[in-house]
Design a protein around this ligand. Structure first.
Ligand code: GDP
Ligand code: IMO
Ligand code: MG
Length: 420
């Protein structure tokens, strides 16, 4: 049986914290897509840790962690992260497993990401520049190197062939930065990767399912960044939605039970692209300041705005969300009025659906106002203590999106979460 935790907005919903919170109830946590573009923040022994490649169950001794075949893996980031995790006394050689099918991000993927973004000028996607797009292009283009290939004698020859292909592309972009130091650390990191547990991921996970183990699939990015269903072309290059669990881990659809969607109580986005409820004013600034809305991977300020229920309902629909976790409710503690976007005005017409090519339309959000709770909620422990205004806000959201909010997260700490 597999449950899923994934983001319902444009990423950074607090998935890392929520996976870490639920991990003790599971035998395995598995990442199914994305790569080091993810930045999942957890607090371990009151220390902040940001995970990019390793699943967020790693700090629980009894939990097995799997990097699935749908992930793109940067060996350099992985090595660095393993060192961080080891400093907490966690033995990655014992509880971290990597699928043979996981695609490897090579240094020239990062260079290509940079060259491609630079060439886009004002149409930049705002990529994290971690090589994600080029690595997935090599997967669908059937050129990629995978972790299982590391054991093959021809690995270096295949790598040189791939690098040559990339070099031709880079020449077309007139990219001439020296990336030799990237390559040096890449080869060092490959040596380390060879010492880790590499498994036949789909048998590994299905054998665990057959043995009755409980598995949690951890999404990266968010549904509105999905390559097929997000705000294309301002998206990432993988399927971030629940369907990605099947292709990214080799799990059949009927094995998926709960789909737990994570949303902030408001909304953020980092990078370019449409964001109908964005607040380019002091309210947006206040959200950014109180919510410390700066990217966990790139440090960029996140764009902030009100919760967008049109987009959230869409995300619940395409994911088959069965329950919702609402994070960062405490960030709204000092707001006397809140707004929820309940429809879009597009060319004067009211729309309740996410349109095709959002990026080409002028979308005006239509809001329903809600009274704020004006109380410090960060120390609340149970649902009876929740202010009535939070309950009203949540009831309205439940009705609109067609999935129940079951948890409210009221601070970044492990124990700051209220079950409704
Ligand atoms: P992820 O990518 O979805 O894992 O989210 P990030 O880690 O990129 O961003 C979420 C940020 O919000 C992190 O700094 C978390 O520590 C923080 N966070 C998570 N949940 C809460 C919450 O309920 N309240 C507050 N104030 N911060 C939270
Ligand atoms: P987590 O898992 C927020 C955004 C980038 C950019 C677009 C494409 O921490 O929620 P890419 O590097 O994938 O080519 O970038 O997607 N993006 C994220 N935004 N959280 C993330 O991950 C993101 N991963 C990618 O900012 O707009
Ligand atoms: Mg993040």
């Amino acid at each position: 049986m597999v449950d899923v935790i994934l983001g319902l907005q444009w990423g950074d919903e607090g998935k890392g914290k929520i996976v870490d919170y639920f991990a003790p109830q599971y035998d395995m946590v598995a990442r199914f897509q994305g790569g080091p573009n993810a930045g999942h923040t957890l607090y371990v022994e009151d220390k902040k840790v940001v995970l990019h490649q390793i699943p967020s169950g790693i700090f629980h001794q009894h939990t097995v962690n799997l990097i699935g075949g749908g992930v793109v893996l940067d060996p350099v980031t992985l090595k660095r992260e393993c060192d961080t995790v080891a400093s907490f006394g966690i033995d990655v050689k014992k509880n971290l497993f990597i699928s043979e099918r996981t695609n490897i991000i090579v240094p020239t993927h990062r260079a290509l990401d940079k060259a491609s973004e630079t060439s886009k000028g004002t149409d930049k996607i705002g990529s994290t520049l971690k090589g994600i797009g080029p690595a997935y292009m090599d997967k669908t283009g059937r050129n990629a190197l995978r972790v299982g290939d590391l054991l093959d004698k021809s690995f270096t020859t295949s790598y040189i062939k791939l690098r040559l292909k990339h070099q031709r592309l880079l020449d077309n972009f007139h990219f001439n930065e020296d990336i030799s130091s990237w390559e040096e650390e890449f080869f060092e990191a490959l040596e380390f990767l060879r010492t880790l547990n590499v498994v036949n991921g789909e048998y590994f996970i299905n054998n665990n399912i057959s043995a009755g183990k409980k598995i949690l699939a951890e999404g990266a990015q968010g549904s509105m960044l999905d390559i097929d269903f997000g705000t294309f072309p301002f998206v990432t290059s993988s399927n971030t939605i629940s369907a990605g669990v099947c292709t990214g881990l080799g799990v059949a659809p009927q094995k998926i039970k709960e789909v737990i969607g994570v949303t902030k109580a408001y909304c953020t986005r980092v990078g370019g692209g449409p964001f109908p409820t964005e607040l380019d004013d002091e309210t947006g600034e206040k959200l950014r300041k109180i919510g410390s809305e700066f990217g966990a991977t790139t440090g960029r300020p996140r764009r902030c705005g009100w919760i967008d229920l049109v987009a959230l309902q869409y995300a619940c629909m395409i994911n088959g969300v069965t329950q919702v976790v609402m994070t960062k409710a405490d960030v709204l503690d000092s707001f006397s009025e809140l707004n929820c976007c309940t429809s879009y005005l597009v060319n004067g017409e009211s729309k309740k659906e996410v349109p095709f090519q959002m990026s080409k339309l002028k979308i005006e959000p239509v809001y329903e106002a809600y009274k704020g709770w004006n109380t410090d909620t960060t120390a609340l422990k149970n649902s009876e203590q929740l202010p009535s205004e939070i309950n009203a806000y949540v009831d309205f959201i439940n009705g609109f999106i067609g999935a129940p909010v079951k948890y409210i997260s009221n601070g970044p700490g492990r124990d700051q979460i209220v079950k409704i």
